[in-house]
Write a protein that binds this ligand. Sequence first.
Ligand SMILES: [Mg+2]
Length: 369
Amino acid sequence: MENDAKKQYRKIIHIDMDAFYASVEQRDHPEYRGKALVVGGLPEGRGGVVATASYEARKFGVRSAMPSKKALQLCPHAIFIRPRFAAYKEVSQKIREIFSRYTDLIEPLSLDEAYLDVTEDKLGVGSAIEIAKQIKQAIKDELQLTASAGVSVNKFVAKIASDINKPDGLTFIGPSQIESFMEKLPVEKFHGVGKVTADKMKRMGLHTGADLKQLSEEEMTAAFGKPGRFYYQIVRGIDDRPVQPHRETKSMGAEDTFAYDLTTLDEMHAELDKIAATVVTRLEKYNLKGRTITLKIKYHDFRQITRNQSFAIPVGDMDTITATAKQLLLATQPENMRIRLLGISLSNFGDLPVKTKQDEPSEQLRLDL
Ligand SMILES: [Mg+2]
């Protein structure tokens, strides 16, 4: 039964603000409205790049991460301004507050983008499409900005969906449409496939999802390394990555200081079971799994040690955590050691390796103001 319940489709929304920095500037400065506006490095500076261009500037081919000099050539009448990150951050916090009315499972990707898991929503709305509508409306009413939303059963498809009807779009891709949708998708549209990888795929004659589907998992991994496995799954509509609200969280765990020092293995094991249960509850609450389990031991004389073990894949289940903690404990020869505190924590959270370094340098890195 439990397995059946787990197979229920998730409800994932990806929200992406439209031309975020430029839209905030146009909102705050009426004189920029309706104009070609470029936020980023100034064209007269060295190495300045476009952070965000207004839709009026995009019509002329101006794009994010493009050198500002080139943007000026494409759109000589554009207004160039420097970004005001403090202002964007403030708006970003307000957007997150709107999200949090519906769910705590929010995974921000940047100031203007986030995944939401609304499989269970706080207001009991039920429909992910309806929630996406309400969020878009709240952003419009309260912040005078527009967002685009993608709704699906996993992160990958939701993210691609949000990009389909920009600006001010809302696109739903249901489970039955996913495979045919993925087959038609050009490889460069695959999130995680940067220009370098896309070019390589094209040289191999792989242009769409349907082409990628012809390759076996082994062939994919041989050609693209670790991310190859991810592409193999994603082209089949499989993406089990959870929405991780605490991606920036370094570790999560629990510990207990005892009323009296523990000296027998039985006592220590019993305490580890209790602590592990707390850890598992916390991990489940935030939908987290970690690759490293750390055991902390404090002795009666306040001497403290930690021991850890790492795994190839993220873990978060009770059995693995207790077994590992006990094994780590045993290796310290704990009997008769007078232990006053035990703690277990998980760390090394993270996602599948969908990006390689040379792919898609982040906006921040490329800004170079
Ligand atoms: Mg955006």
